[in-house]
Design a protein around this ligand. Sequence first.
Ligand code: ZN
Ligand code: ZN
Length: 169
Amino acid sequence: MDLDLSFLPLEMIGQVLQGLTFLGAAYFVLLSLSLVVWTWNDTSARSRDIFARLLAPLMVLVFNLPGLLLYFILRPHETLAEAYERELEAEALLQDMEERDVCPKCGYPTQPDFMVCPLCQTEVRRACLSCGRLLQLNWKVCPYCGQLLVPEELEELQMVVGVRDKPVV
Ligand SMILES: [Zn+2]
Ligand SMILES: [Zn+2]
């Protein structure tokens, strides 16, 4: 009877310890798995390279928290969505710059009613012979009055300012 009574709590303690060990192990496995899943998602958002997308979760799976730390150091600092947004912004900026009038020779920003670049004195526009409105040098016809612009004269002007437009045939 005495032996039975003293055996019972010991067995219980053993069971409790076993249970705690199991819980601890389960917790560790779950934590590792969630770290791997998180890394997979994170690296997928940052890289299209399948090698990197597989390597990063594998590194975390093998090295656990130190692996995650390594991943934090090595991962691309931008997500693909952020990179795409930045590209769009750069494109919009470039388009904005292209649409703005600049002197073809020195790049100085000009106003739509400038005839000559105020900096290098390059002719940026000329007046229509018929209606007198200002026209861009590569225009072939006056959009205001329909006056055809003389091809030879145009060619000459284009050569002077180096406009990339092909000469009129
Ligand atoms: Zn200029
Ligand atoms: Zn005109």
